[in-house]
Design a protein around this ligand. Sequence first.
Ligand code: SAM
Length: 276
Amino acid sequence: MLKRALRAGLPVGLRKGIAAWLARRESVSSRHWWAAELLRDLEEASPNEFHRFLWKHHLAYAQTYEIDLRFGPEQLHPSRQMLFDDLEKFLQENGVDPRTQVESILDVGCSLGYLLRHLEQDLLCGAERFAGIDIDEYAIEKGRSYLGEQNSQVELVAGDLSEVPEKFGRAEFDIVMCTGVLMYLDQETAAKMMAMLADRTRRFLVLSGLANPEFDNRDMSASQRRVEDQSFVHNFDSMVEEAGFEVRFRRWSGDELVSGNSIYFLIATPGTERDD
Ligand SMILES: C[S@@+](CC[C@H](N)C(=O)[O-])C[C@H]1O[C@@H](n2cnc3c(N)ncnc32)[C@H](O)[C@@H]1O
């Protein structure tokens, strides 16, 4: 009742102000719930804005992104371990030693930087540059401070993924990785971001998104909304090809979940880089 009355009675700007204020009140344990509920009407009407706001203020689903819960091999989500195993195998099969022949990686939607740290310590340990960008300013700050204490070379930048060109200039990266992020953007925006990420990828574009549980994402003619949280199930295959890249590896597991995550992975390369 109260939440509906607040939504109906207060303009969005004011509700956002209250949610942002709540975000800084750690003593209010229901702040995550309240923030999402105050803005629930945006979820349907303006999904990009809704998701961006919650992530930016480290609210709602962002609350499990904390140092203690994310860093260390034992905390690596099994679906990400699976992706890294796939990446390792793919690189080796294509004559690239991941430990000595990859120089740089950009992780878009990197949160605290725990995936970059894992890659730095394990799979891509010979690389010289590990960069990450995320809209969640709290996560970037916490991650940066933790990584500094670990003498890590991972560099983290706060910003929306659309700001990659502004934050990283004309830099290109051997690997650009974007996992579990484009689902918070509608089809048109996600496709635009895919083209921008492809533009920054020197060798391998590595993606993970929501799998369509009913049929392979590559056969989808348009993106669909996931019922439980209104995030987007996309056809990355067509977006990647639209961006002039070639899909070289894919894994789609339909409705099978790995510790709660659906599996839709792609590894793509610039159109000219072919086996033959
Ligand atoms: C589900 S988490 C995935 C984190 C990590 N990539 C992984 O695979 O474990 C989504 C991440 O994307 C970030 N994110 C969401 N929308 C974003 C945007 N518009 N620009 C940059 N980062 C964004 C969130 O802050 C969050 O850290």
